[in-house]
Design a protein around this ligand. Sequence first.
Ligand code: NDP
Length: 397
Amino acid sequence: MGKVLIIGAGGVGTVVAHKVAQNPDVFTEIMIASRTKSKCDAVAKAIGNPNIKTARVDADSVDELVALFNSFKPEIVINVALPYQDLTIMEACLKSGVNYLDTANYEPKDVAHFEYSWQWAYKKRFEDAGLTAILGCGFDPGVSGIYTAYAAKHHFDEIQYLDIVDCNAGNHHKAFATNFNPEINIREITQNGRYYENGEWVTTRPLEIHKALTYPNIGPRDSYLLYHEELESLVKNFPTIKRARFWMTFGQEYLTHLRVIQNIGMARIDEVEYNGMKIVPLQFLKAVLPNPQDLGENYEGETSIGCRIRGLKDGKEHTYYIYNNCSHQEAYKETGMQGVSYTTGVPAMIGAMMFLKGLWKKPGVWNVEEFDPDPFMEQLNKQGLPWHEVVDGDLEI
Ligand code: NDP
């Protein structure tokens, strides 16, 4: 049915490649390209499909991307490199007539700030070119928005309160490690918190607000209010929302390490002089921390991510909780990667599948909640991320 190019051969890219290869009726030709070709070759070898092509590309260079796109001629590119590359890859897509999908919104390298405005600005150009760009199609952002769209379609006339809850109750047996790219992860967590209430954004100090929330099959875990990018698009696309918040669990050990990293200046993203050369402390830290791709083997426990929603149906107040639990070990057995990479890579593959099947094909730049959630929800159950619902239960928040 279609030719797909995966950019990035990290934890998420590895899962995307496995899942794409498991669906040969949809993805008829596959290429993995990244900064380090040997990593792409290793992924292709682990999958064991000799037809998977690999290539080296610097995704910061529009020219290199255009040359690659013009030689392989993919119908869609799945961008699972880093958020810094979103705009160069979108530019190259426009120049070569390729459709686009990613899992994280653009961030400039020198400011830890993420918002959709940079990518939304491409809407008219994608529309005019007749190309589709699907933004934020991982788990959160991604499935969190699709769950919300599904709730709006089937359970509510008006969504009023939305809490996205993300728990990782796994144990990787390392003193400190991040579950996805450490640089991106630490930039996200050390920022101010932010949530939406009555038409305004309320800013909090980093990790200032927290409470214990109870996760299915896991129990209570301290959960911290963070700013997360899907809040921006969800309050725009569901204007009845009065309050939208995002919560993530962290253990005390993790937070202590994070505090030390910040206090000693290792979370800095500006350049410092070291032995006559310039280094960025957070990038150096990434080089010495455990590689998120190596955590899978000893990872126990599971993740639980979902949406807790309150709103109106036929004039009556209702609650709705929809979630998935994902076992790190099961994810590892299937793809060699832990649950956080798995929960991101599976939805990215399904998004590309939706596009190639013509179900999510509309010229422009879109967030996932702007498409029909039903065929995507059906695939989540088939592709390894089944979902569960609690109707009119206690949401706790
Ligand atoms: P990794 O760091 O493991 O992998 C990133 C990959 O991108 C590496 O293979 C890296 O190459 C490659 N890369 C980096 N820069 C370039 C470049 N200039 N040109 C070509 N390739 C490049 O990250 P993850 O796999 O953990 O995360 C991938 C993406 O997924 C990130 O954007 C992250 O924010 C997002 N994500 C989204 C989630 C969601 O739920 N929506 C959750 C988790 C992650 P090299 O190996 O040479 O360094």
